[in-house]
Design a protein around this ligand. Structure first.
Ligand SMILES: NC(=O)c1ccc[n+]([C@@H]2O[C@H](COP(=O)([O-])OP(=O)(O)OC[C@H]3O[C@@H](n4cnc5c(N)ncnc54)[C@H](OP(=O)(O)O)[C@@H]3O)[C@@H](O)[C@H]2O)c1
Length: 307
């Protein structure tokens, strides 16, 4: 079925939470869903940046129902507090796991619990959050979890024997490994949801190659320098704005024809309209998913409430 990002189905009555929604793909996902009528919770680590994003959506979408919620996905106490707040909502139709480190540190860093920081931010915090928030999604019925993967999942491998990259850290390995793990988590989650008879769907998406220099300027949200605009525009043939990148998670949230376990991305691989795409065999592998799951449970210190 086709999908037109400019003509979204009415989303009034639905509530969607998005992590890392103060900037980039997360911000535009929030804005587009608010424009469609959804109530949107922007779960962000910096209160000022969160309020700037909420204010920008209210400016650009009259009548938008948006609110900020504190969430640092690399901090367990913050994740647990955000989960409590999300559980207290009347309903939760979708949880978009978007927050991420996209420019990893050159040398290995860890969070307060000793986990490698990129894995912690891009995967472990979301794993713990999802485990805790699942009852709110189950209660709402027909809800969705949308996991942000990446084309980078095609360009690296996941080292299950050195998941925390203690032996072999490079920034690129950390990022590509985290995105393979994120995708494998999203697909394994859907298999476990199906096996348990849940109505919740887990959908994995990637936004191609979306850069801020190709994205509309928005006060407090996206203000690239002239040099950044110039440099990003030189790559225009194969890149798109983060507003276009957001069309993909938005489709995953709203399209009734998207099924659990689907993978969506841009039509031209790095840019274009949101379409069904092919994920790597590794990230789809039930064997890899089954081996990864207990490692995530252990590193996130969170037994996931699905067998
Ligand atoms: N853009 C692309 O081409 C592309 C391609 C493939 C995949 N992706 C994925 O899409 C997602 C968004 O990417 P983007 O390009 O929009 O990145 P971005 O512009 O750098 O935005 C990242 C967002 O994540 C937030 N974040 C980072 N660490 C966090 C933490 N510990 N707790 C809470 N929020 C945190 C950031 O908040 P702060 O403002 O506080 O830092 C920001 O809101 C990522 O998962 C990325 O891997 C993007």
């Amino acid at each position: 079925m086709g999908w037109n990002p400019a003509e979204l189905p009415d989303a009034h009555g639905r509530t969607v939470a998005i992590t890392g929604a103060n900037a980039g793909v997360g911000y535009f996902t929030a804005e587009q869903l608010a424009r469609a009528g959804a109530r949107v919770v922007l779960a962000c680590r910096d209160p000022e940046r969160a309020e700037s994003a909420v204010a920008a959506i209210r400016r650009r979408v009259p009548g938008a129902r948006v609110q900020a919620m504190p969430l640092d996905v690399a901090d367990r106490r913050s994740v647990d507090a955000a989960a409590e707040s999300l559980l207290a909502l009347d309903r939760l139709d979708a949880l978009v796991l978007n927050a991420g480190i996209v420019h990893p540190p050159r040398t290995r860093r860890t969070d307060a619990y000793g986990n490698e920081l990129v894995l912690s931010t891009n995967v472990l915090g979301h794993f713990r959050l999802t485990a805790r928030v699942l009852p709110a999604l189950e209660r709402t019925g027909d809800a969705r979890i949308v996991v942000l993967g990446s084309l980078a999942s095609r360009m690296g491998r996941l080292r299950l024997d050195d998941l925390q990259l203690e032996q072999s850290y490079t920034g690129w390995r950390a990022y590509s490994g985290s995105k393979i793990a994120a995708q494998a988590f999203g697909f394994e989650l859907d298999r476990r949801l199906r096996a348990s008879g849940s109505s919740v769907r887990s959908i994995v998406v990637h936004p191609g190659y979306s850069t801020s220099g190709r994205t509309p300027g928005i006060r407090g949200v996206n203000q690239p320098s002239r040099l950044k605009r110039f440099a990003d525009n030189l790559q225009a043939a194969w890149t798109q704005g983060k507003d276009a990148g957001a069309h993909i998670p938005v489709r995953a949230v709203l399209d009734p024809d998207v099924s659990g376990g689907d993978y969506l991305g841009p039509a031209l691989l790095t840019k274009g309209a949101p379409v069904h795409a092919a994920a790597t065999r590794a990230s789809r592998s039930p064997r890899l998913g089954a081996r990864l799951w207990p490692l995530l449970e252990s590193a996130a210190a969170e037994p996931f409430p699905l067998p």
